[in-house]
Design a binder for this molecule. Sequence first.
Ligand SMILES: [Mg+2]
Length: 363
Amino acid sequence: MLQARLDKASEDVVRKIIHVDCDCFYAAIEMRDDPSLANRPLAVGGSAERRGVIATCNYEARAYGVRSAMSSRHALKLCPDLLIVKPRFEVYRSVSREIHAIFRQFTDLIEPLSLDEAYLDVSDSPHFAGSATRIAQEIRRRVAQELHITVSAGVAPNKFLAKIASDWRKPNGLFVITPDQVDDFVAELPVNKLHGVGKVTADKLTRLGIRTCLDLRDWNKLALVREFGSFGERLWRLAHGIDEREVKVDSRRQSLSVEHTYDQDLPDLEACLEKLPALLEEMNGRLQRLDSSYRPDKPFVKVKFHDFTQTTLEQAGASRDLDSYRLLLSNAFARGDKPVRLLGVGVRLHDLRGRQEQLELFA
Ligand SMILES: [Mg+2]
């Protein structure tokens, strides 16, 4: 035990990780955009006639046992009243981008796991005096207020615990595991909650009489390696609350933008419109230097008002000329209609390398 503690002290890297996970993301967006879909069992997915599967369902549907990745036909058997709507991936992607824009106010170290889930490393964030808990609270508050969907968050010193924590108070919850709570929390954790433990490993652990991480701690590294190969060492580390995986930033760009904070607030729309040509010129220069694996897509503008409220507006199908940006800027300005401290112009980028998304399963 003493050796274990020494190992832990020397090897553990203490980080502040937040795992953010939207609650039934696609279904939440459908209910938000059409309130008549709320308060009834709802799923997003493919039709039963065409052998579709459920992508996401709301909590009313879950009460009937409906789950993601289940065939729609089976879901309808469990819940004959289930309404299955077709996915609108373009909308989900755009909401996801808006959520990431909120994340980026707190850190650039963001690792997306899917459209609705991401790890954030806020170890060096200057916000809220470095309190990851308060950052997570603020992210949850802002997503709810600005996007009208709820997210759950977990805060912990590493990725595997942050992910478990975000699930702990779901939906619409926050759970925090501080560094000095890690030991007790992990001890009680069932081993099948550990990152990388699938059905086969879980069955084998059960056969060995190992149910919780506390049971697992009775085993030394060597014995676990003998039973589980190289994963044995990982198991040992997880059972002691150690996970050194870094938050890996997705280096592929999703947009290109230029923004400027003005020394003196721009008092009205006209003053804002005057700044557009210079911003666009700079943006177009940067677009030309972009490598050919990206295709410019929708134009957008960002407006931050003098009171730090801000809004972003984009337009699918619009061209990237001055007139389009003038129109976008006029509409964005009208949302606040007050002096402006920062203007941004940009374009969403279409990644021609086509990151494989889990979504394609359902598309
Ligand atoms: Mg989710």
